[in-house]
Write a protein that binds this ligand. Structure first.
Ligand code: UDX
Length: 451
């Protein structure tokens, strides 16, 4: 008989940690968040989410009011008052592409030290993305060293990847497609499976139980496959652009209806960004090479993605010639809509190239301006609306597909811009409305058929 654990703690209060902790705390469980940043902890305890995620602040306030969630900088307190700890710290890339295990190691030490005093059986669940072998070769030894206890005997250990998307975090936590449990031993896996069945009840998705390295690789394989789909459709888009009369959006819709292909992640654009895909490919490729296999497919996925932002610049030059002193309006800075995250955002690459070419840049984003200011400071101008951004510009590039940009009409460009020209980098405008009224180019939109 497995005890249904209901007291949980989360080490690392980023997107994954805070979103998951709050979804669990809102139903059934009490949850304690731990973070080393005192300012962040104070902010969260004051009811403020330190990043933009729809619905999360309301959830935070509810959970604080109900007393089902609190956070602290004290790992010992969190371990003493919980039965399961989820490790949700970041594993960012180092300049050489290797993942930085610094935070994982610090948390493992903190957990180990706190576990020393724990008398009942405790479960440590690693959610942070780590390469195969890391949990067994790096995390487990630290937990054992600092606790003086034996994994599988005195405490349990699982690797349980998280697949939530930024901007969709709550929905993704509440409705996962599957749960992957990489278990050190059967008892650890039983406890975690029971925990999830307790939370999801009848809505429990398929649970795949496996060993720890397989679960670690599943996370990388998932992200690598999604990145591959994106680079694939961008490759097709590049072919479409050379083919009179062909539009990638129709091609994507048609191939997506084949059940073997599926309709998702076939939106052609300026490439993928964010805190996961670029970092995970950067880590998986050298990992594979080190073990003796060169994953050429993944290297190509990466290089297609690296080239894709250049297309916006090339199209801009096609319209304007030399870019020196030309005013370019950039709509969208976040790596995707509904987030303020600019990590590895395509906008950064494009703006840097345009600035190097001497262009004057005006940007607008509904949420990500503050984060972009940390990167670009005074080097670009910040507009407070889409229309202000267009004012006096020579060319506009849609870089992120925010909902509000979908309202853009040819008249807006004609009214506000010095020379009305649009490059739709995310395929949110209807070419038929724009192409004969302004200079217009869109990713994957082929030239006119000349018969
Ligand atoms: C991703 C994974 O989806 C998630 O499962 C994992 O846990 C973390 O990494 P996220 O980075 O939040 O999530 O964003 P996602 O929605 O997957 O988009 C990633 C990037 O791909 C964005 O830059 C987006 O613009 C781009 N993208 C996505 C495309 O260019 N085309 C598409 O069809 C889909």
């Amino acid at each position: 008989m497995i005890t249904a654990y209901k007291r949980i703690s989360f080490f690392g209060l980023g997107y994954v940690g805070l979103s998951t902790a709050l979804c669990f705390a809102n139903k059934t469980f009490t949850s304690i968040g731990v973070d080393i940043e005192e300012k962040k902890v104070r902010r969260i305890m004051g009811g403020k989410v330190p990043f933009y995620e729809m619905g999360l602040e309301t959830l935070l306030k509810d959970c604080l009011d109900k007393g089902t969630f609190r956070c602290t900088t004290n790992p010992r307190e969190a371990v003493m008052e919980s039965d399961i700890s989820f490790v949700t710290v970041g594993t960012p890339s180092q300049p050489n592409g290797n993942i930085n295990l610094r935070y994982i190691k610090l948390v493992s030490r903190d957990l180990g030290e706190a576990l020393k005093e724990k008398s009942n059986c405790y479960l440590v669940v690693v959610k942070s993305t780590v390469l195969p072998g890391t949990t067994l070769n790096n995390i487990k030894p630290i937990l054992e060293k600092y606790s003086g206890k034996k994994c599988g005997h005195d405490f349990g250990l699982c690797f349980n990847p998280e697949f939530l998307r930024e901007g969709n975090a709550i929905q993704d936590v509440l409705n996962p497609d599957r749960i992957i449990i990489g278990e050190y031993d059967i008892k650890s896996g039983d406890i975690l499976a029971e925990f999830y069945r307790n939370f999801y009840g009848e809505k429990t998705p398929p649970i795949i139980r496996t060993n720890i390295p397989t679960a670690e690789l599943i996370k990388y394989a998932s992200n690598a496959f999604l990145a591959t789909k994106i680079s694939f459709i961008n490759t097709i888009a590049n072919i479409c652009e050379k083919t009179p009369g062909v539009d990638v959006t129709t091609v994507a819709k048609a191939i997506g209806l084949d059940k073997r292909i599926g309709p998702h992640f076939l939106n052609a654009g300026l490439g993928y960004g964010g805190s996961c895909f670029p970092k995970d490919l950067k880590a998986l490729i050298p990992y594979s090479k080190k073990s003796g296999y060169s994953p050429e497919l993944l290297e190509t996925v990466e290089s297609v993605n690296e080239n894709q932002p250049n297309k916006a610049v090339q199209l801009c030059k096609k319209f304007l010639g030399a870019l020196k002193d030309k005013k370019i309006a950039i709509l969208g800075l976040a790596f995707k809509p509904n987030t303020d995250d600019v990590r590895e955002a395509v906008s950064i690459k494009i703006i840097n190239i345009l600035l190097a070419d001497g262009a004057e840049i005006v940007v607008y984003d509904p949420a990500a301006v503050e984060n972009a200011k940390k990167i670009f400071k005074e080097r670009v101008k910040y507009a407070s609306s889409m229309y202000e951004c267009l004012q006096g510009a020579d060319c506009c590039i849609i870089v992120t597909e925010w909902e509000e940009f979908k309202a853009l009409k040819p008249e807006d460009l004609i009214k506000h811009m010095r020379t009305p020209a649009l490059i739709d980098g995310r395929r949110i405008t209807d070419p038929e409305l724009f192409k004969d009224r302004v200079k217009y180019a869109a990713i994957g939109f082929g030239p006119k058929i000349v018969s």
